[in-house]
Design a protein around this ligand. Sequence first.
Ligand code: AHM
Ligand code: MG
Length: 313
Amino acid sequence: MSKKMLDPFLRVDPFLRDVGVTDDLRRVIFAIAHAGKYVAHAIRNDNLGYSESANSSGEKQLTLDLMSDAIFCNHLQSTGVVARFASEEQKDSVPLHCTSEEKFAVAFDPLDGSSLVDTDFAIGSIFTIFRGSDFLGKTGKDIVASGYIIYGPRTVFMVATRHGLWEFTENVIGEFVLSRDDLRLAPDAEYFAPGNLRATIERPEYEKLFLYWARKGTTLRYSGGMVPDIHMMLAKGSGVFAYPSHSKYPEGKLRILFECAPFAFLITAAGGIAMDEHGVNILDKKITALHQRTSIIVGSRNDVEKAVEILNQ
Ligand code: AHM
Ligand code: MG
């Protein structure tokens, strides 16, 4: 579906109702989309500087990191169906007041790529929804919906459920309306986004992989923000994103719960795949700690498999 055909009647909530998403899950998804508009507004209008605090990994937090965290948590609280909230910005998960029989646990990276905020590059918020009231012991296969909001020249809301994967774009009156319903990743990547290239210094196999993609004529597209880097692949119909480990991050930098599992669910819904650098499907990795990290290669199937092969030679 082309962006030119944005149909105001295909708004997030009624659209998801029509494709069969349950009332309670829709309530959560709609609250996230709604909250994203406040975050977009804050990015465009509020203080871009650092706060006084750091997160549990010792990374300094922007005022916007804290604000986005609070905005999503408050909106989820008001749904009455979310029993637990976890955020990359908080050490522990937070129980929420939940009155319904059906309960959800929602994990957020409220503002991913916040080091890009002052550059005016696109940044995003990533979410994952599980049924039940906890995250630990679950795998990506237990996810019922995941997605992201990208704050670029336009604000776009992407969501995958077991019913499909859709992109909604904010219109002039602040509604998210369906902009694409046919997002598929071709098996071969025409674009590559090689994160953590500093790892090539100690890992010649990663240099080999970089050169494999360069020699094959794959086009480099890397912004340093996982949300725009993956959104680029979905928009163009193919691509591969990699963030392997090295001595600074022996398990990889990116978190399973907040970053990798949600993208694995979403990219799998588009016909792609996500693996760690040892070839384990990200959706099979058990979440044993909220801030657990992993290496990741995600995107077009043949290139993800080739990357694992080269990294293990
Ligand atoms: P953040 O959650 O602290 O913002 O870090 C995640 C970001 C990803 O969006 C991106 O892929 C990666 O960090 C880039 O990391 P680096 O610049 O260290 O290579
Ligand atoms: Mg992040």
